[in-house]
Ligand binder design. Structure first.
Ligand code: GLC
Ligand code: MG
Length: 537
């Protein structure tokens, strides 16, 4: 089949993608929950004020909200909290009119226990959809094996009525679909088609490596006592080596099938898989041997790296080395599952993170509010994340508080006389869109300058990458180059003034000083934690 666009660069390679957590972006109807018309009314902020190219919307589908939308009970309808299907259609149209692409979340590993598929499946052992989920007999009066759920407790729940256990990677209210059943695969392909038919430009694919497990369902071995976890600590889940309960190679066939359906639409739709695998060759296998699986797996390697120049540089180079020929990567430092980057990184390092994400070779993913410097909010009893309720210390709500639009009460997220679903961060009087727009040196205005520069610079969007020998243990220096345009990017991770050597050029961006534009013939000074971009003639 001819692919008219295949000669050009797919849109998502050059795009900056902004993640919206719909519950927390903007509430239009005064119920305290963000909704689709709320997002619709704020799209200009994204397309014009900030200047991003695409939005990724976390789930807004029908859901009993046990996992705040990641437990879908109808993939082809909108939850009334967010509006209705017409609101989704209107949002896609409005976004497209403003030149924004729309990426939706595709939750394929599991559904809500309220989903009609599961309701039918649990109705009897002979139900036609019984084998759409993973039902097993118990072992010695307990669950079928020792697998545990990511959100705490066993990965199996006993169903009294039919006397069997069903598997769930996450909450017991999120039963796993059986992706070894071709009927399930095709039903989920129809879900993808439904949203593609409505015009979406891609999918962020949730928990994409979890959906295939060891067909023999062997017990996981216990983890050695002092093992370092590759990523954050996850409580009891870390007590086991997860050899058998995820990432079985059969998963690749499912992703190839998904990709083939997406490609039927010939719109270079983006598919980005949530792959929390830190072994780089295995991570890279999710591009597919023929680059026929995900457009790209999410790159969490920068987020997981220690935050110092040698570690960051090593992570960047290791990722780029492992991206297969002809493929493309992405950079992200935050999302709805992680602690806010402004709180995770050392004080004052938000500007370094922003510079790296927006100037390394790959598609940047920004998380709503990080452009303002929104911080992790301590919520205590107000926390609603089931993970945090099950496992002490793991609530993700600190990074999900309402978007801070203005210094008014509730930060302009909702009406002043209703309580937002999660409390607004106490920082909102200074950290908000309105206030920061008025301050020339605010973080928001720094993001805007950097995004505008990126828009003008093919070297930043699609140029080659080279680590520069001027890098030290304190200053990370690299170059981007495209058809004669050469830029040097330098980031001072230290709390001291530094200089670095570079060829003739002029400073076209400074994270600290919007007016800095001096010509340079040899050395460039950097303030503590300052980043600069030098354009060479
Ligand atoms: C993914 C999502 C997370 C969700 C989980 C279960 O990891 O990012 O928010 O809780 O899947 O769907
Ligand atoms: Mg609302």
């Amino acid at each position: 089949m001819p692919r008219p666009e295949s000669q050009s660069v797919p849109w998502w390679r050059e795009a900056v993608i902004y993640q919206i957590y719909p519950l927390s972006f903007a509430d239009s109807d005064g119920d305290g929950y963000g909704d689709l018309p709320g997002i619709n009314a704020r799209l200009h902020y994204l397309s014009d004020t900030l200047g991003v190219d695409a939005i990724w919307l976390s789930p807004f589908f029908k859901s009993p909200m046990r996992d705040w939308g990641y437990d879908v009970s109808d993939h082809t309808d909108v939850d009334p909290l967010f509006g209705d299907l017409d609101d989704a259609i209107a949002l896609i149209e409005k976004a497209h009119g403003l030149g924004l692409k729309v990426v939706v979340d595709y939750v394929l590993n599991h559904v809500s226990d309220q989903h009609p598929w599961f309701q039918e499946s649990k109705s009897s052992r002979d139900a036609p959809k019984r084998d759409w989920f993973v039902w097993r007999d118990g072992r010695d009066g307990g669950p079928p094996n020792n697998w545990v759920s990511i959100f705490g407790g066993p990965a199996w729940t006993f169903d009294e009525a039919t006397g069997q256990w069903y598997r769930h990677t996450f909450l017991s209210t999120q039963p796993d679909l059986d992706w070894r059943n071709p009927e399930v695969v095709e039903a989920m392909m129809d879900v993808a088609r439904f949203w593609l038919d409505l015009g979406v430009d891609g999918f962020r694919v949730d928990a994409a490596h979890h959906m295939m497990k060891d067909p023999r369902e062997r017990d996981n071995p216990p983890a050695p006592p002092d093992r370092e976890t590759p990523w954050k600590s996850m409580g009891e889940y870390d007590d086991w080596l997860h050899l058998y309960d995820g990432g079985h190679p059969d998963v690749h066939a499912a992703h190839r099938r998904f990709r083939s359906v997406v490609d039927e639409y010939e719109r270079d739709a983006l598919t980005v898989g949530e792959i929390h695998i830190f072994d780089l060759p295995e991570w890279a296998s999710y591009y597919g041997e023929q680059l026929d699986e995900f457009s790209m797996p999410f790159n969490f390697h920068l987020m997981a790296a220690d935050w110092d120049v040698p570690s960051v540089r090593a992570a960047v180079e290791a990722v780029l080395w492992n991206v297969p020929e002809g493929a493309w990567t992405n950079w992200t430092m935050g999302n709805h599952d992680e602690m806010r980057l402004a709180s995770r990184l050392p004080e004052g390092h938000e500007r370094i993170a922003a510079t790296l994400i927006l100037t390394l070779p790959g598609t940047p993913f920004l998380y709503y509010g990080d452009e303002l410097g929104m911080r992790e909010t301590v919520l205590g009893d107000a926390s609603k994340d089931p993970w945090g309720l099950n496992v002490e210390g793991l609530s993700r709500d600190g990074a999900r508080t309402p978007m801070q639009w203005s210094p008014e009460p509730h930060a302009g997220f909702t009406r002043t006389d209703v309580d937002p679903w999660l409390p607004v961060s106490p920082t909102y009087e200074e950290v908000n869109v309105e206030t920061e727009l008025a301050e020339e040196r605010s973080l928001l205005n720094m993001y805007r300058r950097l995004l505008a520069l990126r828009k003008k610079s093919a070297a930043l969007r699609i140029g080659s990458f080279q680590s520069d020998e001027a890098s030290t243990d304190d200053v990370f220096v690299y170059r981007r180059e495209h058809e004669g345009e050469t830029l040097t990017i330098a980031a001072n991770f230290s709390g001291e003034e530094k200089t670095f050597a570079t060829g003739a050029g002029s400073v076209v961006f400074s994270s600290h000083d919007p007016d800095r534009g001096e010509a340079t013939g040899g050395r460039v000074d950097l303030a503590p934690r300052e980043t600069v971009i030098v354009a060479h003639i």
